[in-house]
Design a protein around this ligand. Structure first.
Ligand code: NCD
Length: 301
């Protein structure tokens, strides 16, 4: 394993290997160890983040490694006109692995072409977020014991949410049944749909209550406001879907697992958080063990 750019670069076996290592990391998460001592992780974030950057940094520190960080394009020489290729050709000399978030699709792939150290894509525009998918899959297996045959609903901004683009590709590969739930304006891009329809049973709907009783997992996403090229387009769909406590109590199975990559804006009402089905804050913890596993596999083999 070298660069981590798209979930499509991973075979099912590769993913199983990460999940297996993540299970071993549950204990290390508590005790810490020094297996990455002497290694340096650089987080290079040109777009906002709370969880992804901090969980990678926490993962590295828990394994005894060190972290250097460059956050915000205003802080970097990008503000002086440096291009990404030159930034990466510089930063590679300071660290053993680069975690990159960038507002442009394809940025991680480009960075990987210029880097002599592994590049991990922490989100490139509306394209891909492969490490989020690994932690989503880990969470699903932890909660449900399997992925194959599960009925997984993906709700919200299927057009711009990169977490969804990565996740549905992996779910299809693992034999889940996929329900795409969104307003018509926020449908999944055609190329992603065609790709997953070849591998999995896919149902599309606008009404979450229609499919809620059937679901094993409901994955909710916020509307990706910053990705909209036109603010009017955002105004039209703003607030167009919302998971309420009543909805879950009335339609959902007791064993439903509700996930969300976070941040949550207004698409899940706060009083849903107390329901047993709400697992999105447990999902956050899983993000650390999965990233510990990934760093260990990349830097130690
Ligand atoms: C997601 C992202 O950045 O794509 N956040 C995350 O990494 N947990 C989801 C989002 O921003 O909506």
């Amino acid at each position: 394993m070298f660069h981590v750019i798209s979930i499509r670069d991973f075979s099912r076996d590769d993913i199983e290997r990460v999940l297996e290592r993540a299970r071993e990391m549950e204990e290390v998460y508590e005790t810490g160890d020094d297996r990455l001592e002497g290694k340096i992780l650089c987080t290079l974030f040109f777009a906002p983040s709370t969880r992804t950057r901090l969980s990678f940094e926490s993962a590295m520190l828990r394994l005894g490694g060190d972290v250097i960080s460059m956050v915000g394009k205003e802080a970097a020489s990008t503000a002086k006109g440096e291009n990404l290729a030159d930034t990466v050709r510089t930063v590679q000399h300071y660290c053993d692995v680069i975690v990159l978030r960038h507002p442009k699709e394809g940025a991680a792939r480009l960075a990987a072409e210029y880097s002599s150290v592994p590049v991990i894509n922490a989100g490139d525009g509306a394209n891909q977020h492969p490490t989020q998918t690994l932690l989503d899959l880990y969470t699903i297996v932890k909660e449900k014991g399997r992925i194959e045959g599960l009925r997984v609903g993906v709700l919200g901004d299927l057009k711009y949410a990169r977490t969804v683009h990565s996740l549905v590709q992996a779910l299809a590969e693992f034999g889940a049944r996929i329900y795409l739930i969104s307003p018509p304006e926020l449908r999944i891009p055609e190329h992603v749909r065609v790709d997953i329809e070849g591998k999995a049973e896919v149902t599309e709907t606008e009404d979450v209550t229609e499919v809620l009783p059937e679901l094993d997992v409901l994955y909710v996403t916020r509307i990706q406001r910053e990705m909209f090229p036109d603010p009017e387009e955002f105004e039209k769909v703003k607030g167009s879907y919302k998971i309420t406590r009543r909805m879950i109590e009335e339609y959902a199975d007791d064993d439903l697992v509700i996930l969300h990559p976070l941040p949550r804006v207004d698409e899940i009402e706060p009083d849903v958080d107390e329901l047993p089905q709400a697992r999105y804050f447990d999902q956050v913890r899983n993000g650390v063990v999965v990233r510990m596993a990934l760093l260990d596999l990349i830097l130690n083999g």
